[in-house]
Design a protein around this ligand. Structure first.
Ligand code: GAR
Length: 209
């Protein structure tokens, strides 16, 4: 079975969906959860499922590289096959990301390449977009720019605010992230030369369709 480490900073609803998905499919196990925030609710979720947790809290006087070195050490203790970023709200240094080429996934709350970075729901509303969504992608050094594996779209309704729209997106995230973790754990999903393949077929720019 595929050993998965999940990195979180907050609520961990995607972590929960992945834990539940692993229970269903039995092809992967979440063997560790790491948070940069000691009060992240996702840590409580991990404890409920008897999953080991660690906190790697940033020191005010350390560089990004120093933090990432400590994070790397915490991850490697679990000997993972896959590292899953699930609402982990830190930018990772290139050197760190390169340790996990083809072995690290992220979920981002937009239809990438639209809206990398923060405040994606507000930006979609402000732009008057009629659709929005979430993307699961392999992580590469450039922020939110690795090859997309799977996207889910949701409509944007007149009168939506960040709360209503983000709730709709979250629901879709909980459907797509466990599916991608399952594909990876079944060795059906790989990244080669910066591109994502499912069952040896190149995945298009908008994700598997
Ligand atoms: C998710 O919506 C995820 O897409 C987003 O954080 C949320 C975490 O929710 N990630 C990012 O914004 C990454 N830049 P959760 O803690 O309930 O899974």
């Amino acid at each position: 079975r595929c050993r998965v480490v999940v990195l979180i900073s907050g609520n961990g609803s995607n972590l929960q969906a992945i834990i539940d998905g692993c229970d269903d499919t039995l092809t992967a196990d979440v063997v560790g959860v790491i948070s940069n925030k000691p009060d992240a609710y996702g840590l409580v979720r991990a404890h409920h499922s008897e999953i080991d947790t660690s906190c790697v809290i940033a020191h005010s006087d350390e560089t990004r590289e120093q933090y990432d070195a400590r994070l790397l050490e915490a991850i490697n203790k679990y000997q993972p096959d896959l590292v899953v970023l699930a609402g982990f709200m830190r930018i990772l240094s290139d050197g760190f990301v390169e340790q996990f080429t083809g072995k690290m996934l992220n979920i981002h709350p937009s239809l990438l390449p639209k809206y990398p970075g923060l405040h994606t729901h507000q930006r979609a509303i402000d732009a008057g977009d009629s659709e929005h969504g979430a993307s699961v992608h392999f992580v590469t050094p450039e922020l939110d720019s690795g090859p997309v594996v799977l996207q889910a779209k949701v409509p944007v309704y007149p009168g939506d605010d960040v709360a209503t729209l983000s709730e709709r997106v979250h629901e879709q995230e909980h459907a797509i992230y466990p599916m991608v973790v399952k594909w990876f754990s079944q060795q059906r999903l790989v990244m080669k030369d910066g591109k994502a393949y499912l069952d040896n077929e190149l995945i298009g720019e908008q994700g598997y369709a």
